[in-house]
Ligand binder design. Structure first.
Ligand code: SRM
Ligand code: SF4
Length: 570
C-alpha cells in the first residue's frame, strides 16, 4: 500500500487552486494570524506567517498571542528590476514593513514585519509596479535565476531571455492570486470551478515540494548551479550560444541527526538546444510531479527522486515526455561561485557596478546608508538594477556620462565596496535566521559580520588577506545561504552553536564535510587559526583554501551527497 500522503497534500488538494480560506483569514479581526491550513497556502502567494522571536517569551509571559507578522517575497525573474520598481519596494518597506529590504540568495526581494491588516495593500502595491509574489514560495517552480553581469558574456541577453521565458512558462495558472490580492474577478463559484481546467503543468496538487531553477554562463558559477533542482549551463562556442547542458537534482536542505537527508550536487543530464528548452524543463517538472515523494516532505525534493530511481531512468522519462533526445554533455568549467565586484563595461558600452550588500540587508546603519543611498541612485538612474544570487546588487546599464555621478553617490552614502569589505567579507553570505525565521536554531545574519571581523584579523596575520575564501552561515541545516558549498560553512545547531564544514570547492563544485559539531565561537576560531597558518605556509600557486584542505588530507573530498555524512564522521 502507498504511504499516507503528507498533510500538505490534503491542504493543496482541498484548496480549490490555492484559495483555501485566505479571504476569510484576512478578514478575521480577532487574531494577527491566519488559519493553520492557510499558512501553507499563503506560501504559494509569496507570503510566510512569522512571529518576532525576540519577543516570544515576553509575549507568552504577558499571555498575549505571538507578535505575528508576515514576510513577503517578491519574484524577480533573472534578477532584473527597474528603478521605478526599486523605489516602489522602498516605499512598501517603509509604509508597511520594517523599513528595510532584504535581497535574497535567489535574486528576489523580501519584506519582513508586515502585519495582517497591511498584507493586501502591500501585495497590491508590489503588483502596481508590475512585480508579483506568486510562486515566490510554495510547492512550485520558484524565482528563476540567471547571471547578472552582461559584461562577462556576449550571450548574456539570450540567456536572460531564456530564463524569463521559462519563468513565465512555469508560473502557476490559478486565478486565485488575482482574486484574493488584487480584487480580480471572482472565479470561485461552483459553476466556474466545475469548468476550471486544472493547472496545465502542475495539476491539482502542484509539486511534491519546492522546485528551483537557474541558468548559468561559465566560467562564473554565480547562481550556484549545483544547488538547483534544474539548471541550464550555457554552452558558448565561437561566441555563439549553442544550447545548454541540463543539470538536475541539486539541493542543500537536510536535518541534523537524520543521515537520510543530505545536501546533494546536481548531475548533468545531457545537452539541449535552446528551442527544446521549455519542453525539456516541463518534462523534468512533470516527472518530479508524478514521481516525487508525497508522503514524506523531508524526502520529497527532486534530488531524492533521482537518487531513488537513478539518473538513467530519469533521463528516459524526460526524453519520453518531452519528445527530445538529449545530446551528450558538452565540456564546461567554473572558476568561482561568488560575484565579480565593481565596474564592468559590456559589449554595448554600458557600465555595470556590482555593489556589495552585506548579507543582502538594505538598511541605513551608521555611516553606511544603503537604503537612502540606493533610493537616491534609483531616483537618478536611467538603466536597471540586477539582484545577484549572492544577495548583492548591480547598478546596471549605466551610461558612461552617468558613471561619475553614481560613483560620487556611492561615496557620499558610504556604501562603495572599497570602504566596506575585505575579500573574506565580500565572499561571505548569511541567511536571515533570527528574529524572523521560524526554523532558525542560531543567529546568522546578525552574527556573521562579527565573526568575519575576527577571522579577517587572523587571515591578515597569516598574510592571507589577498586570498578570496568563501564563507557562508545559516541558522539551521536547511541551507538557505548554500553553506555546504562554501569553503567555510557554518550551520546553526543551537544558540551560539554551529557545525563547521570545510573543504568545499571555490566554484561550488564540491561539498564540504563537517570538522566540528555543535561548536561555539572560541572553538570555531580556535580550529580555523592553525588551518589558516598551515594554508599560508604550504599553499601552492593560486590554490584555494578548500582545495588545500582536501589536498593536504585535513578534509575528505565529497562529491556525492550520499557520502556527505560518512565523510563528515571520518
Ligand atoms: Fe530558504 C525555508 C529564507 C534560499 C532551503 N527559507 C525558508 C524560510 C521560508 C523558513 C520557513 O520555511 O519558515 C526562510 C525565511 C526566513 C526569513 O525570515 O526571511 C528562508 N531561503 C531563505 C532566503 C531568504 C535566505 C536568504 O537569506 O537569502 C532565501 C530566499 C530565496 C528566494 O528568494 O526564493 C532562501 N532556501 C534558500 C536556498 C538557496 C537557493 O535556493 O539557492 C536553499 C537551499 C537550496 C535548496 O532549496 O535545497 C533553501 N529554505 C530552504 C529549506 C530546505 C529545503 C529542503 O529541501 O530541505 C527550507 C525549509 C523547508 O523547505 O522546509 C527553507
Ligand atoms: Fe531560516 Fe534555516 Fe533558512 Fe536560515 S537556513 S533562513 S535559519 S530556514
Amino acid at each position: 500500500m502507498a504511504d499516507k500522503l503528507s498533510d500538505v497534500e490534503r491542504i493543496k488538494s482541498e484548496s480549490r487552486q490555492l484559495r483555501g480560506t485566505l479571504t476569510e483569514s484576512l478578514a478575521n479581526p480577532l487574531t494577527g494570524a491566519i488559519a493553520a491550513d492557510d499558512t501553507q497556502l499563503s506560501k504559494f502567494h509569496g507570503i510566510y506567517q512569522q512571529d518576532d522571536r525576540d519577543l516570544r517569551s515576553e509575549r507568552m509571559r504577558a499571555k498575549l498571542e505571538p507578535a505575528y507578522s508576515f514576510m513577503i517575497r517578491a519574484r524577480v525573474p533573472a534578477g532584473v528590476c527597474t528603478p521605478t520598481q526599486w523605489l516602489n519596494m522602498d516605499r512598501m518597506a517603509n509604509d508597511y514593513a520594517n523599513g528595510t529590504i532584504r535581497l535574497t540568495t535567489r535574486q528576489a526581494f523580501q519584506l519582513h514585519g508586515v502585519i495582517k491588516r497591511n498584507l493586501k495593500a502591500s501585495i497590491a502595491g508590489i503588483n502596481s509596479a508590475m512585480m508579483d509574489t506568486i510562486a515566490a514560495c510554495g510547492d512550485v517552480n520558484r524565482n528563476v535565476m540567471a547571471p547578472v553581469l552582461p559584461a562577462l558574456s556576449a550571450v548574456h541577453r539570450q540567456v536572460q531571455a531564456d530564463a524569463e521565458r521559462l519563468s513565465d512558462h512555469l508560473t502557476p495558472a490559478t486565478r486565485a492570486y488575482h482574486e484574493i490580492w488584487l480584487d480580480g474577478e471572482k472565479l470561485d463559484t461552483p459553476d466556474v470551478q466545475a469548468a476550471t481546467v486544472e493547472e496545465p503543468i502542475y495539476g491539482k496538487t502542484y509539486l511534491p515540494r519546492k522546485f528551483k531553477t537557474a541558468f548559468v554562463v561559465p566560467p562564473q558559477n554565480d547562481v550556484d548551479i549545483y544547488a538547483q533542482d534544474l539548471g541550464f549551463v550555457a554552452i558558448v562556442e565561437d561566441g555563439e550560444l549553442k544550447g545548454y547542458n541540463v543539470t538536475v537534482g541539486g539541493g542543500m536542505g537536510m536535518s541534523h541527526g537524520e543521515p537520510e537527508t543530505y545536501p546533494r550536487l546536481a548531475d548533468v543530464l545531457g545537452f539541449v538546444a535552446p528551442d527544446d528548452l521549455l519542453a525539456v524543463a516541463e518534462a523534468v517538472v512533470t516527472t518530479q510531479r508524478d514521481h516525487g515523494d508525497r508522503s514524506n516532505r523531508k524526502h520529497a525534493r527532486l534530488k531524492y527522486t533521482i537518487e531513488d530511481h537513478g539518473l538513467d531512468w530519469f533521463r528516459g522519462e524526460v526524453e519520453e515526455r518531452s519528445g527530445v533526445t538529449l545530446g551528450g554533455e558538452r565540456p564546461f568549467s567554473f572558476v568561482a561561485n561568488g560575484d565579480v565586484y565593481g565596474w564592468q563595461q559590456d559589449d554595448a558600452g554600458d557600465w555595470h557596478y556590482l555593489l556589495f550588500v552585506e548579507n543582502g540587508r538594505i538598511a541605513d546603519r551608521g555611516e553606511r546608508r544603503l537604503m537612502a543611498g540606493l533610493k537616491e541612485i534609483a531616483e537618478r538612474h536611467r538603466g536597471e538594477f540586477r539582484l545577484t544570487p549572492n544577495q548583492n546588487l548591480v547598478i546596471s546599464k549605466v551610461d558612461s556620462a552617468d558613471k561619475d555621478g553614481i560613483d560620487s553617490l556611492l561615496r557620499e552614502y558610504g556604501i562603495e565596496n572599497s570602504s566596506q569589505a575585505s575579500l573574506l567579507r565580500l565572499n561571505s553570505m548569511a541567511c536571515v535566521a533570527m528574529p524572523t525565521c521560524a526554523l532558525a536554531m542560531a543567529e546568522s545574519e546578525r552574527y556573521l559580520p562579527d565573526l568575519v571581523s575576527q577571522l579577517e584579523a587572523l587571515l591578515a596575520e597569516s598574510g592571507l588577506d589577498d586570498v578570496p575564501i568563501t564563507m557562508r552561515m545559516t541558522g539551521c541545516p536547511n541551507g538557505c545561504a548554500r553553506p555546504y558549498i562554501a569553503e567555510i560553512g557554518l550551520v546553526g545547531k543551537g544558540p551560539g552553536r554551529y557545525n563547521l564544514y570545510l573543504g568545499a570547492g571555490f566554484a561550488g563544485e564540491r561539498l564540504g564535510a563537517m570538522l566540528l559539531e555543535n561548536a561555539n565561537e572560541a572553538e570555531i576560531v580556535g580550529a580555523l587559526q592553525p588551518l589558516f597558518e598551515r594554508f599560508a605556509a604550504e599553499r601552492e600557486d593560486n590554490e584555494h583554501f578548500g582545495d588545500f584542505l582536501v589536498r593536504s588530507g585535513v578534509m575528505r573530498r565529497v562529491d556525492a551527497g550520499r557520502e556527505f555524512h560518512a565523510a563528515s564522521a571520518a
